[in-house]
Design a binder for this molecule. Structure first.
Ligand SMILES: C[S@@+](CC[C@H](N)C(=O)[O-])C[C@H]1O[C@@H](n2cnc3c(N)ncnc32)[C@H](O)[C@@H]1O
Length: 383
């Protein structure tokens, strides 16, 4: 929020109440001066450099981080006249008299000045800022920086976890666009949703979900999050219950690619981790073949999370030093099951068998036959 009244009165009355005028400044290639060389000056200078300003820093002593920034450094005390040509100045010394002198020159020269030591006496104030992609949120709170920082942090978390709506508004591709593959290519995010609890998706995964135009969801992901999506988000339930696949893998691959080619942001929301028996690799390859940009967001795999929820550490010092994760959906007594039960019977301490419920008896028989102790403790979790 940038405010200034004309003449010298703007710094004269600290107790006046502001009705500040918020504005975003384009400082690219414009001179900004920072007076001061400590932590506050460093923060202000960084932000100005990021905004593309030409920054001059004036201070007899500066921190090494500040000295390393791409700025013009004057290692001396501030002198009247130092602000010539500046559009904005930060008075950020630890000496109120120097800050007041800087503010007085700025006021005289009609340059906006932010005083770090006295917001009320400042012609301009810097808000607490958070940025997420192309979104900038600037917060002021009655001149109370602590309050604005707290609010900024709360907004920042809500933006990061997707609980605030951040989806850019743009025309959704029509079915005709989809059929014709028109417009800008969208993106695919293969998001690991964790084992089902909505609290176990990553912050990045949740944000991408909130930004998606199309969500293609697995049965064992955090389905509760689908209810939070905006009404115009296309939600496709892709299955897959044992023996009842709503869509084949080829159909899923084709769907995510087609929607992305039509310009949509597609989230493929998967249970657990996309690359742990999740066929995420096949979906990634489908994107590569179609020239669709994609990213993989790892997830909390059920292979570790489900035992953890049941109070079973997959490793435990002095008891088990290693563990193996096995897809056990095929009967081990039949040829071609593709799992080396011999090594698993003798090998890793903990075995985590996914998709194993249908063949539990055959699996335990096989393991005991090949050397696993019949007294080995076992837990079964069904989903
Ligand atoms: C096709 S695999 C996918 C695994 C997933 N990519 C992961 O990393 O957790 C599906 C199997 O994972 C296990 N599974 C996934 N979520 C589960 C949950 N919430 N509780 C118990 N088992 C689960 C079950 O064995 C299920 O049949």
């Amino acid at each position: 929020m940038i405010t200034k009244t004309s003449g010298s009165s703007s710094t004269a009355n600290p107790s006046r109440s502001w009705n500040g005028y918020p504005v975003e400044l384009d400082l690219v290639a414009k001179l900004a001066v920072v007076v001061g060389g400590g932590a506050v000056a460093l923060r202000r200078t960084r932000a100005l450099v990021e905004a593309g300003a030409l920054v001059t820093v004036i201070a007899p002593d500066v921190t090494s981080e500040l000295a390393a920034l791409p700025v013009t450094l004057r290692r001396r005390r501030y002198r009247d006249g130092d602000l010539a040509g500046a559009w904005l100045v930060h008075a950020a010394t630890d000496d109120p008299a120097v800050n007041a002198a800087v503010a007085a020159e700025a006021d005289r020269e009609r340059i906006w000045c932010v005083r770090a030591d006295d917001g009320a006496a400042s012609a301009a104030r810097t808000p607490a800022v958070t940025r997420h992609g192309d979104i900038t949120v600037a917060v002021t709170a009655g001149g109370d920086p602590r309050r604005s920082q707290l609010l900024r942090s709360a907004i920042s978390h809500a933006l990061a976890d997707g609980s605030l709506p951040v989806r850019p508004h743009r025309r959704r591709p029509t079915p005709r666009d989809v059929a014709a593959g028109r417009g800008r290519v969208g993106t695919v995010a293969l998001v690991g949703g964790g084992p089902g609890d909505p609290g176990l998706i990553t912050v990045l995964g949740r944000r991408l979900l909130a930004e998606a135009d199309v969500v293609v969801a697995d049965r064992l992901g955090p389905s509760a999050l689908l209810e939070e999506l905006e009404p115009d988000v296309e939600i496709v339930l892709a299955g897959k219950a044992p023996g009842a696949h709503t869509m084949t893998q080829d159909q899923i691959n084709a769907l995510i690619v087609d929607r992305a080619l039509a310009g949509c942001r597609v989230v493929r929301l998967k249970g657990g981790d996309p690359f742990v028996f999740g066929r995420g690799g096949e979906e990634a390859l489908a994107c590569v073949r179609a020239g669709v940009p994609f990213q993989v967001v790892p997830g909390v795999t059920s292979a570790v999370a489900v035992p953890a929820y049941a109070g079973i550490p997959v490793t435990h010092r002095g008891i088990t030093q290693d563990f193996a994760v096995v897809s056990a959906h095929l009967d081990p007594s039949r040829p071609g099951a593709g799992v080396d039960w011999e090594s698993l019977a003798k090998g890793p301490g903990t075995l985590v068998l996914l998709m194993a419920v249908a063949h539990l008896e055959a699996i335990s028989t096989e393991l005991i036959k090949r050397g696993r102790a019949a007294t080995t403790p076992v837990a079964v979790s069904r989903c």
